[in-house]
Design a protein around this ligand. Structure first.
Ligand code: NDP
Length: 302
């Protein structure tokens, strides 16, 4: 029988650990972990995410500093704010909510955040440290969604070593870092993308399938090996017709849950799977950064 992975409950457990680590730092060193959250513009989804991050940070005894900038903000103004936050010793993590308005170069902004406060893990140096792995990985910040996906997998799969893993998607935010984390865990990793031929037959050999394609319900149960563990990162809003005939919408993943859950041994639902892990891992990275700034060892390893 398929086991549905409860990402909501696991994320709550991670946040309890984060609060514990934060409280320890406050009592031992009188340092209060602090996350600066920068939102540029009026993107409704971004506003919701930022609101959720601020609320959960408070629950974990992490201070937040919110900066809301106008849609027409120019790059120079944003870079100046980041520079100020880089130099503010009370700030341990800087999050610039993406996407940014088109007049701003995202890569330039990300690489202006000091590596030691890049709790999203998107800076080129943090990406390099993850890619090199080993001791370098211990200095890195790992992007929150792949980190959350890996923590879920480690909780569910006794030994990842030697497992065949397929990652669907090769974005810098999810697919690429996910594949590197799985390599570090000694999985045999195949990355597929929109130009891959015959993805189905690649997935057919996979013990683990992590899907981050941004294509609603793309991966069908027929593609999967019996007993595979499936991590669905996708978040897609699709239109639906309600029972009363009116038009509405619902959130689905990149995996067809109905057919996949017939075949998989374990699977994350959407919503309630990877989604809650992303914010939990952002808070985890922020507290890790505060420990590093205080000259202490990381409170948790991967
Ligand atoms: P991107 O659009 O940046 O990347 C999508 C990747 O999927 C690309 O590598 C693309 O290939 C590949 N792809 C697209 N179509 C296909 C296809 N038909 N077959 C195989 N591969 C395909 O998306 P993200 O990585 O940012 O996000 C992926 C999904 O994860 C989205 O649904 C997003 O909403 C969700 N997400 C969820 C988060 C969470 O907190 N749970 C956080 C971040 C994202 P190519 O490179 O060739 O174009």
């Amino acid at each position: 029988m398929t086991n549905i992975i409860d990402g909501k409950a696991f994320a709550a457990k991670i946040r309890t650990e984060v609060k514990h680590d934060s409280d320890n730092l406050i009592s031992q060193k009188s340092v209060e972990p602090c996350l600066a959250v920068v939102l540029v513009g009026e993107n409704p989804a971004s506003k919701v995410y930022v609101g959720a991050k601020t609320k959960m940070a408070a629950e974990c005894n992490i201070k937040t500093k919110d900066y809301k900038l106008d849609d027409s903000t120019d790059q120079e103004t944003l870079l100046k704010l980041i520079d100020d936050l880089n130099n503010d010793a009370s700030v341990h993590g800087i999050l610039v909510q993406l996407p940014l308005p088109k007049q701003i170069d995202e890569r330039k902004v990300i690489d202006t955040i000091t590596v030691e406060k890049d709790v999203d893990g998107f800076h080129a140096i943090n990406a390099g440290r993850l890619s090199i792995g080993g001791e370098m990985l211990k200095k890195a910040f790992i992007p929150c969604t792949p980190l959350g996906s890996l923590l879920l997998l480690k909780d569910q799969v006794e030994d990842l070593k030697g497992k065949n893993a397929v990652v669907v998607g090769r974005s810098n935010i999810v697919g690429k870092p996910m594949s590197q984390l799985l390599i570090e865990e000694s999985c045999t990793v195949t990355v597929v993308h929109s130009k891959t031929k015959d993805i189905e037959s690649v997935c057919a050999n996979a013990d683990i399938v992590v899907v981050a394609a941004g294509r609603p319900e793309m991966v069908d149960g027929k593609w999967l090996k019996k007993g595979a563990v499936v991590i669905d990162v996708g978040i897609n809003r699709i239109p639906v017709t309600k029972e009363d005939g009116s038009e509405g919408s619902k959130i689905v993943g990149d995996v067809d849950f109905a057919s996949a859950s017939e075949v998989a041994s374990k699977i994350t639902p959407v919503p309630g799977g990877v989604g809650p892990m992303t914010i939990a891992c952002l808070l985890r990275n922020t507290v890790t950064s505060a420990y590093r700034h205080a000259g202490l060892e990381d409170p948790r390893s991967i």
